[in-house]
Design a protein. Structure first.
Length: 336
C-alpha cells in the first residue's frame, strides 16, 4: 500500500495504559518495517491534550492502539472525526456500544444473539442484594459495566463473594454487571473488515480468564484450532459475525464466546480494539491463518476511515486508500 504518515495512538488514562503501550510499540515497529512514516503519539505525556497532540502531528491516518476507557468507548473516535483524521477500528457509536456491556447485551438480545442472563447493580443495591439476586443462582460473574481486559472481573459462589465482587467492580464503574456463570470452553474469534480470520480456545490455568491470565506469559494455554468439532467452530464463527453486525463494528474485532458441553453457544462481548501484544489473541489467530504480525498491522491500517461526514478536511490526505463512509457506519456484509 502507499506509504503513509501514521500516528500510532497509545497510552491514555485507562487502567490498560501499560498494555496499550506494548500494543503501540509493536504496531510502530511493524509499520516502520513496511516503510511507513510512523509517529508515536503517547496520550497523557507532557501535559498536552489529545487534541493538541493530534493536530500537531500532521497525520494521514491514526492507528488506534488504545485500550479501555477513552480509547475504545467512542471518545477518541469522536475527536478524530472532528479533526477529520481517518482512523482504524469502529466508529463512535459502535465503539461506545461494544464498550458498554449492558447496551451490547441489550442489542444482542434484540438481534437474537444468545448471551448469558444478567442484571446490573449499583452501590444503593447492596443493602437489598439478597433480594435483588433472588433465584439468579451461583456461581455468578461480576464485572464493571464499561471496562476492558477483564479489569475488575470476579467470580462469586455465594452472597458474601457476590457483594465483594460488586464492590470491587464499583471501584471502576458506577454500575456492576452480574452475569450467570456458564461452564464451557472459552472461544475467541478474530475478524477483519467483516471477514473471519479464525478462532482460538483459551484455557486459563486459574480457571478464570481475568487480567492476570490475559497478560501473564504462561498463565493460559491456547489451542488453535479450538478443541471442538469443525462444524461447531463454524457455528461459533457465524455467531461472532452476527454479534459484530448487531453492534455495527468495523475494522479488526475480536469476539469472546462460550461453548458448553450441551451444545449451547453464548456471546460475551465484542472487542473493537483487540490487543496486539505478544500474548494477545488476534495476532495468534492471524498467524494460524498465514498472516504475519506486520501484515496484520498493515491490513488493519488499510481499513482506516472516517465514519461521519463533518465537512471536507482542511488538508487533502496523501492517500487514496483512506475513504469516508456515510454518516453512520455501513453494515458489514455477512454470509449467514
Amino acid at each position: 500500500m502507499k506509504k503513509l504518515r501514521v500516528g500510532v495512538v497509545m497510552g491514555g488514562p485507562s487502567k490498560e495504559r501499560e498494555v496499550s503501550l506494548k500494543t503501540g510499540e509493536g504496531v510502530c515497529e511493524a509499520l516502520e518495517s513496511r516503510g511507513h512514516d510512523v509517529v508515536r503519539i503517547v496520550l497523557g505525556e507532557h501535559g498536552s491534550s489529545p487534541d493538541t497532540q493530534l493536530r500537531r502531528a500532521n497525520l494521514d491516518v491514526a492507528f488506534l492502539a488504545l485500550h479501555g476507557r477513552g480509547g475504545e468507548d467512542g471518545c477518541i473516535q469522536g475527536l478524530l472525526e472532528w479533526l477529520q483524521i481517518p482512523y482504524t477500528g469502529s466508529g463512535v457509536l459502535a465503539s461506545a456500544l461494544a464498550m458498554d456491556k449492558l447496551k451490547a447485551k441489550e442489542l444482542f438480545r434484540l438481534h437474537n444473539v444468545p448471551t448469558p442472563p444478567y442484571y446490573t447493580a449499583r452501590t444503593a443495591d447492596l443493602e437489598n442484594l439478597d433480594e435483588i439476586h433472588g433465584s439468579f443462582g451461583y456461581p455468578a460473574i461480576v464485572k464493571p459495566r464499561s471496562e476492558g481486559s477483564s479489569v475488575g472481573l470476579a467470580k462469586a459462589g455465594n452472597l458474601a463473594q457476590l457483594e465483594a465482587g460488586i464492590r470491587q467492580a464499583l471501584e471502576h464503574d458506577e454500575f456492576a454487571l452480574v452475569e450467570r456463570f456458564v461452564q464451557g470452553a472459552e472461544i475467541q474469534v478474530g475478524l477483519l473488515d467483516g471477514r473471519v480470520l479464525g478462532a482460538i480456545e483459551v484455557a486459563p490455568h486459574s480457571g478464570l480468564y481475568d487480567y492476570a491470565s490475559k497478560y501473564t506469559p504462561g498463565a493460559t494455554d491456547y489451542f488453535l484450532p479450538p478443541r471442538l468439532a469443525a462444524t461447531r467452530v463454524r457455528g461459533l464463527m457465524n455467531l461472532a459475525e452476527r454479534a459484530v453486525r448487531a453492534l455495527g463494528c468495523t475494522g479488526a474485532c475480536r469476539v469472546d464466546l462460550l461453548a458448553t458441553a450441551g451444545e449451547n453457544e453464548y456471546v460475551l462481548e465484542v472487542n473493537t480494539l483487540p490487543g496486539l501484544t505478544p500474548t494477545s489473541l488476534l495476532p495468534k489467530i492471524a498467524a494460524e491463518a498465514g498472516m504475519d504480525y506486520a501484515t496484520l498491522c498493515e491490513e488493519i491500517l488499510k481499513s482506516a476511515t472516517l465514519h461521519a461526514r463533518l465537512g471536507a478536511r482542511s488538508e487533502t490526505p496523501r492517500t487514496a486508500e483512506v475513504t469516508v463512509l456515510a454518516e453512520t457506519a455501513q453494515p458489514i456484509a455477512i454470509a449467514v
